[in-house]
Design a protein around this ligand. Sequence first.
Ligand code: NAI
Ligand code: MG
Length: 794
Amino acid sequence: MKLSKSIEELEYSQALESDKEAVEWLESNGRKFGQFIGGEFLFQKNADQIKVTNPADSSILAAIEIADDKTVDLAVTAAIKSQKSWYKTGGHARAKVLYALARLIQKHARVISVLETLDNGKPIRESRDSDIPLAIRHFYYHAGWAQLQESELAGQEPVGVVAQIIPWNFPFLMLAWKIAPAIAMGNSIVLKPAESTPLTAMFFAQLCTEAGVPKGVVNIVNGAGNTGATLSAHPNVNKVAFTGSTAVGRAIRKSTAGQSKKLTLELGGKSAFVVFDDADLDSVVEGIVDAIWYNQGEVCCAGSRLLIQASVEEKLIGKIKKRMETLRFGTPLDKSIDVGSLVSDKQFEQVSHLVKSGLKSGGNLFQCEQPDSSKNYYPPSIITDVDSSHPLVQEEIFGPVLVIMSFRTQPEAIQLANNTRYGLSASVWSENINRAMHVAPALIAGVVWINCHNKFDAACGFGGVKESGFGREGGKEGLYEYLKPIQLKYKATNGASGKKASSTSNVQHSTSSEIDRTLKFYIGGKQVRPDGGNSIPALNFDGSISAWVGQGNRKDIRNAVEAARKANGWASKTAHLRAQVLYFFAENLTVRKDEFIKRLMETCGVKKPEATAEFNATVSRIFSYAAWADKFDGAAHDAPYRGITLALPEPIGIIGLVAPDHQPLLAAISLIAPAIAMGNRVVYIPGDPYQNIVLELVSVMETSDIPGGVINIVTGDKNELSTHLAGHGEVESMWCWGDSELNKNIESISVENLKRTWCHENNDRDWLDMNAGEGTEFLRKATHVKNIWTPYGD
Ligand code: NAI
Ligand code: MG
């Protein structure tokens, strides 16, 4: 009796992890770091510096030098110099280097964990048991992909030099997520750590030398936003991979527009944590601890919006409050604490300010302890009595603050969960597998967890949709972000030149009896007249009029997008059905073979064999994507947990297609067919000459069971129409073949709703070339992968 009483009254004493080794390492470096460029540590005279602090006690750990423009340029140059030979050493040689890095990180795991905790304020338990082991896993996993690259990723080559900009919430883990896949695939990189947490990156730089990473393959530059901005906009950088705030993601999209760079953005979130009344509420409570109090809530995919089915709301909130009382705050190096310090004074102020000002719009705050600015400690917090338009429900707080709402029905839960501009992740809690597997795909997010939250693995892609950004990290899909198709030396040969549709009256009149034919737009399954009422002549190659086509304007584009939006049922049709529709389309087109060949010859001025080749390739291409419709499917990942992760390719939504100016029939199908095969709806803007050709397809579409609104076609001025399309908030992606001016325009306008863009030089390929004109590259662009985590067992 006495014993049990004294056990109950036992107090935790501190169990501090030793910082001796980490401090020795800092001392041995004079507590000062410059840049890591070309395998050397570089210091500059009179460089500006930033103090690196420990947010738990405000002590100064070290200073870093800020890399100026010249230094950034040095780093990029070192990367360029090393890249080709790094790629040429081959997959096996690179695999050995990545493996060596994994082993070395493992060997130094303890000191890296301590450094991370000192610099960031996160509990040692988390850096030791989660961040660093996961970082190690990324190097092992990607060592494997380097080994398999030549066989499994044939036809692809590295993009070249990659700029990687990472945030402060998972400094070492983000470094691993970025560097491992990039160098595995044969790229060289320049990484910029966050200015508030650069220390573990400097430790990593030293390991690179030891692991035999060739000089210049990994370069690390220090500095704040300016250094990041210079690096990402550097003209010799081929790709930018960014993780951080949505605002900075937008700035990077803008500054890189028109530079032909690949870009991936992993941005903010406001992820829903959806609890049904049949969930195991005790597991839910532990899940909430993982979702919002892990890493002090400084997690992009934190489950920061809790949606509870009304019948269990009170009971669950009671349990959460009880659990909150047992969460322990303390010095981050204490092995028995749950919650540490926010990363900086700035972040502490931001979280405090957001909560304070948000509460002015209503809501009830519950905390077990008071915030403590001297230690940047913000206590676990919940906020109830808010609705979905409340600022605290809409804005990312990036701290340990959970907002709670309730719902009555399953459809209401889905609707509430999706009522956000973000789309990074979500979790569903239910013991009913039917319900969980129904709700998970309906949540608009890149990652969905069932009965868990904040699980990660290198084999499972991670990344968002909507304003959470685009691109994936991890998994095979993550590798393609660091690759590009091997450049085939193609140049369009046939029908490439032509005259634009023209509003001038200075055109020769054809002897054809068809010159008065007017071809309308195709919108929502109907042939529609232009809003402005104007038509323009579509000219044949010789300047004679082929037909009249509508001159579209902003209103016509809006109507086309609206029609596409209404056709969203297409995405939920079975792949089998989409395949059948495409086969039927091909069949109906085949019947019209002679007519189309004649039309191509007249319009484009090509000889019969060329016209026949283009027609035959068009039919074959429709067949290809009909074939792919039910074969470009997902994967089941064997990640290290009890469960499987389903990687499902999902359609993007509405895709704007801006066609090249040649091969008007084949190009149209080469873009439309893969997009709709994967369940997207499209708005198609033809290239400038021969706009009549795609409209000739409309009568074939009409007889082929393609639901109205899945394909929409608007003709007119290509530049003007595509600008309207890129600026439309409901268009999720733009594929564009245009001149550099148009491509730049499309990329910078797309910043508004963070559209993914895929821009090309107008004549970058011959569409007759099977390797260039069709294939999985198109299907990957037509989809994004959603990873659904499904644990099992008790
Ligand atoms: P941030 O987005 O400013 O910083 C992330 C990284 O980008 C850092 O390395 C920074 O130096 C760099 N950077 C800043 N401006 C840049 C520019 N113009 N061009 C290129 N690189 C630039 O994030 P910050 O200010 O530290 O945090 C503010 C808020 O952002 C947080 O409260 C949180 O809401 C969000 N955030 C989201 C993260 C995520 O994982 N999704 C991570 C960090 C912050
Ligand atoms: Mg720090």
